[in-house]
Design a protein around this ligand. Structure first.
Ligand code: ADP
Ligand code: MG
Length: 247
């Protein structure tokens, strides 16, 4: 058994007394891809918001350990500092700024170091090539398509020394070609030892990409299995509550 990069234990999260997560456990090793499957409203995004610090420590029950340290994040900034980066379905780039400005946004608020414009430009070019985007760092984000923006978000994540990338339904509005590029990027990140949690309704993508598939239903953890042991029907059965032997 590989050593855990991440373990979440007994995660419970309620909204106004209603439980969205009912005590979820997940584990992940470096370089592994884990997909989380579940019907709409089953709790996938909530679990990832707990992990990424959108929901701060204290607003949920349970324990998160990442790279050997307990995570008690109060914000996304705290988890990013530990190497956990989430890309939400709703894109978060500032459309009026350029690609380079977006990639470095927030960095200038950090400690008293500054990198000059030329090295920012070169670094942006290198990041864009890692995500297979041949656009100028000076391109305004509003000029890009949704798929290109998604890739810029990943480039931005790579600039933060990411150890775990969380993609919450990244392909729902991408073209087939963009989906292929995205999946290739996740595979190459995996080769670099970067772990990924992937949320998608497209089960063919899920099975092609993942090492592990975790199914949650109504806030309960149903099962986590090796992707090679599962068919799309198995996953759907667990999502909707049919037993495996009835399929
Ligand atoms: P999924 O991502 O699997 O579609 P979510 O995690 O978004 O599901 O939602 C799980 C449950 O938690 C749903 O019942 C949803 O209505 C509820 N929920 C999610 N976010 C909030 C919130 N900010 N306030 C109240 N309820 C929420
Ligand atoms: Mg969701």
């Amino acid at each position: 058994m590989k050593q855990d990069l991440l373990s979440m234990r007994g995660i419970i999260k309620s909204f106004s007394g209603v439980r969205a997560l009912n005590g979820i456990d997940i584990r992940l090793a470096a370089g592994d891809v884990l997909s989380i499957c579940g019907e709409n409203g089953s709790g996938k995004s909530t679990l990832m918001k707990v992990l990424s610090g959108v929901w701060p420590h204290g607003s949920y029950e349970g324990e998160i350990v990442f790279a050997g340290q307990e995570v008690k994040a109060m914000s996304i900034r705290d988890t990013e500092a530990q190497g956990i980066v989430i890309i939400h379905q709703e894109l978060a780039l500032v459309k009026e700024l350029t690609v380079m400005e977006n990639i470095f946004l927030g960095n200038e608020l950090g400690p008293p170091w500054r990198i000059n414009e030329e090295s920012m430009y070169q670094q942006t070019l290198a990041l864009l090539s890692r995500v297979n985007l041949s656009i100028s760092p000076d391109t305004q984000v509003s000029e890009l398509g949704v798929g290109q923006q998604q890739l810029v978000e990943i480039a931005k994540a790579l600039n933060k020394d990411v150890k775990l990338l969380i993609l919450d339904e990244p392909t729902s509005s991408l073209t087939n070609q963009e989906i292929h590029i995205l999946l290739d990027i996740v595979r190459s990140l995996k080769e670099q030892g970067i772990a990924c949690i992937y949320i998608s309704h497209k089960l063919d993508e899920v099975l092609a990409l993942s090492d592990w598939v975790c199914v949650i239903r109504d806030g309960d953890h149903i099962a986590t299995r090796a992707a090679t042991e599962l068919t799309q029907n198995d996953i759907i059965g667990m999502m909707v509550g049919r037993e495996m032997d009835q399929l």
